[in-house]
Design a protein around this ligand. Sequence first.
Ligand code: GLP
Length: 263
Amino acid sequence: MRIIITDSYRQMGREAANMVAGQLYLKPDSVLGLATGSTPLPMYRRLIALHRSLGLDFSEVTTFNFDEYVGMAPDNPQSYHYFMNENFFRKVNIQPDHTHLPDGMVKDLEAEGHRYDALIQQNGGIDLQVLGIGQNAHIGFNEPDVKFEARTHCVALDEETIRANSRFFESPDEVPRDAISMGIKTIMMARRILLLANGTSKAEAVRKAVCSSVRPEAPASILQLHRDVTVILDRAAASHLPTHIEGTKIIHKNNGKNTTFSS
Ligand code: GLP
């Protein structure tokens, strides 16, 4: 694991966008795993800027998003489909039929999970998976006590997640109670993983992800067992981390420049 601590939310997004851009320069037809939420927004903004200023090319890229609420149509402004179209897809030259999200409107959600995993495999698997993290250390919608072997499946949302996500709705009652999410196994099969977090509300979840014991109560802790994970944080999200973590390289960046290393 490699941890990059930046001095702001914006800088976290720039570092993340640079990693995605590097992936696309090396492999223009990359398969990207993408996330929604407020965390990756500055990364999407920067990628759009790189597309406009440097011609960063998405024409051969394929994307798979993590998750979608159950019962939410793609044209609903609260849906993750809508979020992705508004914040990213519409603003770069990606082919709409190369963008995929699980369908939360189908009757048979189990079959939808199988279809989604099969489609990822048919496209050669995910090259780079971008992840946010929930305050309870969930990734995607893989809530505490998750089954690590699960692939894309339907999940009941945790009360803490419903509360956290209610900020995007008029009231907590409007937050859907179920979602369809890539499972931990789907995520762990990605070749590279990029975990992003910002703000003090994520500091404890980040600590659990990178230095607590690996256990289902802290779903993100499984990432310690993946061979290629980069964690990009702002200072607040890194505030509960110790200075040294066995086997982990920690890079501090100020204004985009590497300042200190420890491992
Ligand atoms: C949701 C999403 C996750 C996301 C998390 C954090 O529950 N399903 O994919 O990582 O919230 O969201 P935010 O980035 O808005 O804090």
